[in-house]
Design a protein around this ligand. Structure first.
Ligand SMILES: Nc1ncnc2c1ncn2[C@@H]1O[C@H](COP(=O)(O)OP(=O)(O)OP(=O)(O)O)[C@@H](O)[C@H]1O
Ligand SMILES: [Mg+2]
Length: 233
């Protein structure tokens, strides 16, 4: 059996606010192997987005071990985490998260601008144009995101996640804001990327799309909310 590219053991996440302590994840054990397509389902509030944030180093776990390609990353500083995230992970969010002040071209160029080793302009320009071509969006390069349809914005968000050739693509409800035709087109793109070798981990509520994955994970345990007086017991 090949080694997992991601390995989590006993990952917990507790959010502390003034009123309460929320146990969003309680002891997650998870391994993801190179080239897999894993989908994650579960009821609202069970911790799916929290898990994706930790997988993608956007957030750190409260406890537990997390290894990416054999390197422990659960205790990294924020800047160390950002460096690894920028080189290895692509994100696609439900709400696209494009920057409205920047053109389509500048939005997708962002991941390349923050590289430890800068990429020569001619090389990055070629790559960005090829990616836009691939998703049929070359004619929209100088548009702003709010001048695009939802399906077009999601295609741009996918390109932005891919320009840095991440080894892992994390996707949170990619079709949540799309009609079924655009949703199917986005899923087809993701399926193609996976068959080209990108490891994919996707949260979805749609059973049709979840079934496209090679492995389906259910998070069923409702997270536990403790009121302060209970915590003191
Ligand atoms: N920054 C935060 N501070 C406090 N509590 C949080 C924070 N982020 C998430 N939570 C809580 O953690 C729990 C898990 O949230 P999460 O967003 O991971 O759920 P989810 O499974 O993605 O739900 P949905 O399907 O509705 O997107 C929820 O109870 C949520 O209220
Ligand atoms: Mg969520």
């Amino acid at each position: 059996m090949s080694k997992p590219i991601l390995h989590m053991a006993g990952i917990t996440k507790v959010f502390n606010t003034e009123e309460m302590e929320t146990h969003a994840l309680r002891g997650v054990d998870l391994s993801i192997y190179l080239g897999e397509f894993v989908s994650i389902c579960g009821p609202s509030g069970c911790g799916k987005s929290t898990l994706l944030s930790i997988l993608g180093l956007l957030d750190l776990p409260t406890a537990g071990s997390y290894q990416i390609e054999g390197t422990e990353v659960a205790q990294l500083s924020l800047s160390e985490a950002a460096t690894i995230r920028n080189e290895k992970v692509g994100f696609i969010f439900q709400s696209f998260n494009l920057i409205d002040e920047l053109s389509v071209y500048d939005n997708i160029a962002l991941p390349l601008r923050y590289r430890r080793q800068p990429i020569p302009h001619a090389e990055s320009d070629k790559k960005l144009k090829e990616c836009l071509e691939k998703v049929g969006m070359s004619h929209r390069a100088s548009h702003k995101p709010n001048q695009l349809s939802g399906g077009q914005q999601q295609r741009i968000a996918i390109v932005r996640a891919l320009v840095g050739t991440p080894s892992l693509l994390l996707v949170d409800e990619p079709t949540g804001n799309l009609d079924s035709r655009n949703g199917d087109a986005v899923m087809e793109m993701l399926r193609q990327l996976n068959s080209d070798g990108t490891t994919l981990c996707m949260v979805t509520h749609d059973p049709r799309y979840a079934d496209m994955a090679s492995r389906l994970l259910h998070i069923s345990t409702p997270q536990l909310v403790k009121e302060p007086h209970e915590t003191a017991l």
